[in-house]
Design a protein around this ligand. Sequence first.
Ligand code: TRP
Length: 450
Amino acid sequence: MASARGEFGSRFGFVMAAAGSAVGLGNIWGFPTQAASNGGAAFLLVYLVLAFTLAYPALMAELIIGRHAHANAVTALGELSNNRLQRRIGRTTGTLGFIVASLILSFYAIVAGWMMAFCLSSFATVFGGDEIASWLTSFGFVRNELGTLVFMGLTIAIIAKGVQDGIEKWSARLMPMLLITLVALVAYVLTLDGAGEGLKVYLLPDFHRALSPDLILNALGSAFFSLSLGVGTMLIYGSYLDDTQNLPLVGGLVTAVDIGIAVLAGFLVLPAMYVALHNGVEIYTAAGELISEDTLIFTVLPGLFGTMGLAGALVSIFFFFLMTIAALTSSISMLEVPVAYAVEEHGVNRRTGAYAIGGAIALVSTLILLNFDSLFGLVITVTTRYSQPLIGFVFCIYVGWIWHRDQLLQELRKGNPAIERGLFWKIWPWWVRIVCPTIILAIFGQSLLG
Ligand code: TRP
């Protein structure tokens, strides 16, 4: 069974692919700006605690279900079920997962298209094409649509190639490139005037703000988005793992890389904001609040790069290139969810499936672009605030309550025969049974109220 499907060729390849999925716009853009406006180091602390106590256990639930079934979420949840009703709920959840993954991709591709446009715009600046450069950075349907289509094209091309030749190969190439670019940018920005101010904001905790309940729930949501949970992405990646892998370890590595990159990105974005301030770019709103996430990257940073002449244009190329890579290793993991389902459940050819489904998602993106004001925010809210936690909740319930404990243990023993004696087996099973669902329900309740 497993042989007919794709499989990751090495642990390194898997970790790069899964970390590539996890590391995305959420880490490099979302996390640092949230930290900036929410108490700096204290937010960092809350985020770290939540990532390890909630996101990591939930990630493990997806990886284990996937590896056990060696199948997509629809088939996998169906197989774990003990009766008709559970089967129906499980398959419905899997189906919702691939719809949500597709919708997330439809807005993600738009944002990624902007990143590409900003990267190209800086190229144009370097070569004296100022008119093109300014067209590329101004909001307009044609630019947005082109960016989205090019980005979707790249995503489709990788997914059409399959697991080892597509996902694994490209993640293993792009992720180290991402890390190097990020480190180089951090090193450069830290040498600029004003960077120290940003470091202070990032590293001096303001516990008063970080401990508000609202903020904790917010951090939970972003941890969930950041680890690509609640749509079946990690489940399908887990399904391409061979049985000799020690799952808790591999999952731990992925979580550590994801958090590590987010924290590292904080060392870039916060100092950069204060360098911008130092150079006369506005980073506070009239109300004295920090400029928020959506505007930061597309106004503050280009503003900063603009004050730096040619060096600025070069840094800008690197920065938006970095964002594009981060987005690409994430977007392939989104497209893989519906494509794997179509290939496995309906016998569709992978290439055909990738092009057809990717094309359909590009159409949805176009629809969003045509009705930007009413649809863009709505799709983000519905998918990330409501659907992800809810589907993640069902995954935890299937691992914690529906799957038999002995079988769960057997699955974990495959890659680690001594697992029973370790801390993981003592804590995780009841944690994912009780604690995770309770916390997720709390997030969900809060987003309903809020
Ligand atoms: N985790 C990625 C980020 O931080 C986004 C992502 C990739 C994602 N795959 C996903 C989010 C699946 C939700 C579901 O940007």
